[in-house]
Design a protein around this ligand. Structure first.
Ligand code: PMP
Length: 291
């Protein structure tokens, strides 16, 4: 297994970063998670664009152009010969001293890992999953914009721990106003009266690449997609509910906080979207030329 580290492909055992890297010391950095399906990297440019936008907002200058980052990602996938897998792209502030000031970090650390992915178990897609609402709220836009996909996931991790303790795989995170933002690592959708609804990104949601794809597919299928404001009431009374994410793809939700959603089984609309998504991912993407 070869890891891209600061411009070089090195064996996994040699891919090491300093304990003075501010990515480790302070979670100072940004990242992306991307899928490769049948040798096509899904929505690669969109992911890299989101990475550069996150970096720009936190004033982290990535030491290579966006086009070079795309090339490096494709090369790392090709070098590992992985036709189906998961790419983790990390850019940290780099090596500094023990103070938080990023001014003392000279060069950002760039890492590209291509590996397998631990998916939700296949039965989740047939049976659906249950969610709880976490007591941990999403960090408000005014404090740290949730559109930044930063290396600092403590807020989400706290909510994930709540989900685990409640015996469910994911938790809903509300924003400061008590409206639904997203889940700990997935976006959330509901279907009601022909409408496909998801919280607007200004409600505290990451602009998910899968979310954007589902908004497009929903429109093609005949739904009216809307990025909006949603309360728990809207979820409890939805006809269907599902989660989206690079790792999760599209997962039906059948129960929220003890309330069955719709008839308590995965919805037909969710099934149609999942089928359309699975057709798209194997054809739409940046094709990797494997050596
Ligand atoms: N929300 C959060 C907090 C995430 O970390 C992710 C990515 N895992 C998502 C939503 C889904 O985004 P995407 O579809 O781009 O993977």
């Amino acid at each position: 297994m070869l890891i891209y580290l600061n411009g070089k492909l090195v064996p996994k055992e040699e891919a090491k970063v300093s304990v003075y890297d501010h990515g480790l010391l302070y979670g100072d950095g940004v990242f992306e998670g991307i899928r490769v399906y049948e040798g096509n990297i899904f929505r690669l440019r969109e992911h890299i664009e989101r990475l550069y936008e996150s970096a720009r907002t936190i004033m982290l200058e990535i030491p290579m152009s966006l086009e070079k980052m795309i090339e490096a990602t494709v090369e790392t996938v090709a070098a590992n010969g992985r036709k189906d897998g998961y790419i983790r792209l990390v850019v940290s502030r780099g090596v500094g001293d023990l103070g938080i000031d990023p001014a003392n970090c000279d060069v950002p650390t760039v890492i590209i890992i291509v590996d397998g992915i631990a998916l939700y178990p296949p039965e989740f897609y047939d049976t659906g999953i249950s969610l709880i609402t976490a007591s941990t709220r999403r960090i408000p836009l005014e404090c740290l914009d949730p559109r930044i996909k930063s290396l600092n996931y403590l807020n989400n991790i706290q909510a994930k721990i709540e989900a685990r303790r409640a015996g469910v795989p994911e938790a809903i995170m509300l924003n400061q106003n008590g409206r639904v933002a997203e889940c700990t690592a997935d976006n959330l959708f509901v279907i009601k009266d022909g409408k496909l609804l998801t919280p607007d990104v200004t409600e505290g949601a990451l602009p998910g690449i899968t979310r954007a794809t589902v908004l497009e597919l929903g429109k093609q299928i005949g739904y009216e997609p809307q990025e909006t404001r949603l309360g728990l009431h809207d979820l409890y009374n939805a006809e269907e509910c599902f989660l989206t994410g690079t790792g999760a793809e599209i997962v039906p939700v059948i129960n929220v906080d003890g309330r069955g959603i719709g008839d308590g089984t995965p919805g037909a609309g969710t099934g149609r979207l999942l089928r359309a998504f699975r057709e798209l991912i194997v054809t739409d993407g940046v094709a990797v030329a494997f050596r």
